[in-house]
Design a protein around this ligand. Structure first.
Ligand code: FAD
Length: 92
């Protein structure tokens, strides 16, 4: 094996494996929502029946990340708002 600082043979076990998976921290693009969690057009008009929250929408704080919870907070809040908007639109 060629001499390399980052690569070495595994000779002394046992070894512990750890699965590494990709995750999404937040999005900066994507559909924009209004205060009712309705996805809006480029003209800021709500698209009937289309709601969004979390990582599938453009983040409500745009490029800001104010601290821990800065992405989970809006995700949970606008998920709740979307649910309320949908039940209100359904007349419940
Ligand atoms: C390493 C890491 C650390 C983080 N730390 C913080 C933190 O400290 N504070 C904070 O506020 N935020 C943090 N975040 C960001 C936060 O976790 C996300 O913003 C939040 O989980 C987004 O929620 P979501 O419901 O929109 O998406 P997700 O939590 O990604 O949920 C989407 C779900 O949809 C499922 N799915 C995808 N495709 C399909 C399909 N075709 N059919 C059915 N199901 C599907 C996925 O399996 C997943 O369960 C962190 C993210 C990462 C990756």
């Amino acid at each position: 094996m060629p001499d390399h600082k980052s690569i070495a043979p595994l000779v002394h076990g046992p070894y512990i494996g750890q699965r590494v998976r990709a995750g999404v921290f937040g999005t900066r693009g994507g559909p924009v929502i209004n205060e009712n969690a309705q996805i809006v057009t480029f003209e800021n008009e709500p698209i009937p029946g289309l709601y969004g929250a979390g990582n599938v929408i453009a983040h409500p704080l745009v490029t800001a990340y104010p601290g821990g919870g800065g992405t989970l907070g809006p995700c949970v809040v606008f998920g709740h708002v979307a649910g309320k908007s949908i039940t209100a639109a359904a007349g419940n």
